[in-house]
Design a protein around this ligand. Sequence first.
Ligand code: AHG
Ligand code: MN
Ligand code: MN
Length: 335
Amino acid sequence: MESTGITVMEHLLIHQKENPLATGNFTRLLSELIFSAKIISREVKKAGLVDILGLTGKVNVQGEEVRKLDDYANRILIYRMQHAGVLCAMASEENADIIEVPDNLPKGDYLLIFDPLDGSSNIDVNVNIGTIFSIRKRTSDRAFVTLEDFLQKGTTQVAAGYFLYGPSTMLIYTTGNGVDGFTLDPSVGEFLLSHPSIKIPEVGKVYSVNESYRAYWDDKVKAVVDYFKSPENERGKPYTSRYIGSLVADFHRNLLYGGIFMYPADKKDPAKPHGKLRLLCEAAPLAFVVEQAGGAATDGFQRIMDIKPEALHQRVPLFIGSKRDVEKATEIMSG
Ligand code: AHG
Ligand code: MN
Ligand code: MN
């Protein structure tokens, strides 16, 4: 796909009329996110050369070992977004509680939720990783931000997307008017429009799931996965299996090629009965993107975007991708 040479900001301004969001504050928020991603991308690209691989020795609120690049990306995002002057608070996958903007810094009405580095297990082996973000507007008029401001359905998102650090660095995002993809041109340091108006194929050809957990799935989940592996499915032939272990990379491939990504509930860890993925910083933002691209996302029973979170780090089963494939998976799960 030939780049059109249009930068993210030019694209936002060109579409200003259908984008009430293209106010100065939103543009400032997005440009600060982009700057943070450029810094993270720079560190990712040289990760093997400087002491930024490996573990920090810390364990995060998810009970996961924190890798140096997780920590670095998290600190960059928190610092830059706190100084952007457009947020009132944020929430990170790496932090147990919400992160308020200090009173000595300028604030705005936006809330930012993010997974600073998704696919952390792949960092040290040079496989695609990414940053996922969800942007919301504060609804309460209380003097201070509370957890309740964050526990809103995915339908309240005003924008969402992800950066993908791979052979090239990409930004894919939506503000509710379709999905556009931009590729970083390192020679000029700008993200240029490379994938305008992305639409996910109605039916895919790829299924993505960690099949090593089969023994921990219930019969419905097994039936779903067996459907995609069967020559008797609606497509008339088995889907190809692709699983990178970075949600953002698996999602992006299926967004462009068509297909379904599944992280079902399983019984492998009693502490995580709803699977591993987080609703607020992973499932909801990607659900917004995929729906805007013509796809679908459910927890096997209901639309991800309709789920009202009860906790900041709530986990949720995820079936996301081509509309017909997600519908079929949901039919079998609900049957
Ligand atoms: P994170 O690195 O932010 O914790 O996310 C990792 C997630 C997701 O990226 C990926 O799809 C999933 O973990 C892989 O989990 P399994 O190793 O259990 O398959
Ligand atoms: Mn993640
Ligand atoms: Mn992460």
